[in-house]
Design a binder for this molecule. Structure first.
Ligand code: SAM
Ligand code: SF4
Length: 465
């Protein structure tokens, strides 16, 4: 294949995508290395992706569960998407927002409506949002800056949103510089598929049809000083092994050029969407076993990169992936603009982007996480202390992040328990906090947990170190 961009080495991706299955000894060596928590090289990851036998796959999942637990402990970061507008000038064949979908009711939230959505999310207990829009001139820089300002300005029960990540159309370096002043967390943009041929097939019109403009977006964001960026592949569009290897290659490019890889990677699978032809006839479906494997391999290869899963996946799949690698999940999501204010039992297909599989409320999700032995975290401490980009990775790699993340995560969870939980959840939640304080790796961490939670229980809020 001709090389459309120096960011990716397409020939190497092609070769690695055809890696043979490793021998038992090779598999053992790779997994032993992964357990050292220093990540894997791409050929090693490619080798793991080629594994087919159930026993060998299970060994990979168990190694991923070990790495996940060593680095992230029981924490699971929760967030909600806020869809501000569904107008779009692109024609992505998989998306309900595509411009040729005449059945979609087009909605653009104004400042007041964005504030109301934020209020509804704060009332549930959310502290971290992901702001999304379709791609059109109406959602240019001015709109985004106003939306960010609107979100951060809302106070509900004395609380406010503390981190807004954004997932919007690619921008220029100059626009990214301005966007950064809006106090954004991570800038996320999924490549959808890294294969230029498939990319052209599914992105038939509008600015997004420009593959290179999308592939180079993270370099522009980084050049503008946005050092937390999020990559993603929409699984189902192209053969999954090559897609994972390509995303790793993209991550390596960022590491080499900017000294820091992606802060997160997202792993959406194509879901049914009204008015989106290929969403109901997925071209390259990824079955559940392959999906679990690819998440586990990402966890082993990029141990310090957050892996994000959305409510597109079923409760069962989400629960198993929490163990094998996922570290951030959306909860109580709506994918239609204005969906939180007029929350209805069933989804409003007439203006939503795609259908969701996990319909649990935030409260139910928190309760289920606690029962599963996890700690729901709403923490935004690192980003607000300036521990982002390479600074975060420098801290994370030696494991120091544990000293901050566990105490901060537990303080943010205690805040949720105080403000939003019923008695049953409170009892179970504080029992989890006590258990984790007792199991803390060092007396200092234990003391930090006890101090932080005590502050919250006596009325302190937004406690982090
Ligand atoms: N419009 C911007 C863009 O395309 O990057 C940002 C937000 S778009 C609303 C967010 C993501 O939704 C897309 O990048 C795509 O991967 C995902 N998406 C679209 N249709 C989907 C579907 N049917 N199932 C799952 N994910 C889908
Ligand atoms: Fe528009 Fe994004 Fe949907 Fe494509 S994926 S149609 S750009 S909203």
């Amino acid at each position: 294949m001709a090389n459309p961009s120096s960011i990716l080495d397409y020939e190497r991706i092609d070769q690695l995508g055809r890696s043979p299955e490793p021998s038992a000894q090779e598999l053992k060596d790779i997994l032993d290395k992964a357990r050292l928590l220093k990540g894997l090289e791409d050929p090693e990851a490619a080798s793991l992706l080629a594994v087919t036998t159930p026993e060998a796959r299970q060994a990979i999942l168990e190694a991923a569960a070990f790495v996940k637990s060593e680095i992230y402990g029981a924490r699971m970061v929760l967030f909600a998407p806020l869809y501000a507008g569904n107008k779009c000038s692109n024609d992505c064949l998989y998306c309900g927002f595509r411009r040729t979908n005449k059945d979609l009711t087009r909605i653009t939230l104004n400042r007041h409506q964005i504030e109301e959505e934020t209020r509804a999310l704060l009332a549930q207990g959310h502290k971290r949002l992901l702001l999304l829009t379709g791609e059109t001139g109406a959602y240019g820089l001015d709109y985004m800056m106003d939306a960010l300002d609107a979100i951060y300005s809302v106070r509900e029960k004395g609380a406010n949103i503390r981190r807004v990540n954004v997932e919007v159309a690619p921008m220029s370096v100059d626009d990214f510089k301005v966007l950064k002043t809006g106090n954004i967390g991570t800038y996320t943009c999924f490549q959808e598929t890294y294969d230029p041929t498939y990319y052209a097939k599914y992105h038939v019109a509008g600015p997004k049809a420009n593959y290179l403009n999308r592939l180079t977006v993270m370099d522009r964001a980084m050049e503008a000083g946005i050092d937390d960026v999020g990559l993603g592949v929409l699984f189902g569009l192209a053969p999954w092994r090559q897609e994972v290897i390509s995303m790793l290659d993209h991550a390596r490019h960022l590491e080499k050029r900017w000294g820091c890889g992606p802060h997160t990677v997202s792993v959406p699978r194509l879901e049914p969407a009204h008015g989106a032809p290929i969403s109901s006839a997925v071209p390259h479906p990824v079955n559940d076993d392959d999906f679990r494997l690819l998440v586990a391999v990402l966890r082993l290869t990029l141990p310090y990169t957050g892996i994000i899963l959305s409510t597109r996946e079923s409760v069962e799949m989400r629960n198993s992936l929490f163990r094998y690698g996922v570290s951030q999940v959306s909860a109580g999501s709506r994918t239609e603009p204005g969906g939180y204010q007029d929350a209805k039992e069933s989804e409003t297909f007439s203006h939503s982007q795609f259908s969701l599989a996990d319909h649990r409320s935030l409260h139910q999700m928190v309760s289920d996480l606690v029962d599963g032995g996890f700690v729901p975290s709403f923490c935004t401490g690192c980003y607000r202390m300036g521990r982002t980009g390479a600074d975060f990775m420098d801290l994370a790699k030696p494991g120091l992040i544990k000293c901050f993340c566990l105490p901060n995560g537990l303080s943010s969870f205690a805040e949720y328990l105080e403000e939003y939980a019923d008695d049953s959840l409170k009892t179970r939640g504080y029992a989890t906090i006590d258990r984790l304080a007792n199991e803390a790796e060092t007396p200092e961490i234990r003391q930090r947990i006890i101090d932080g939670v005590a502050k919250v229980r006596t009325g302190g809020r937004d406690i982090y170190v």
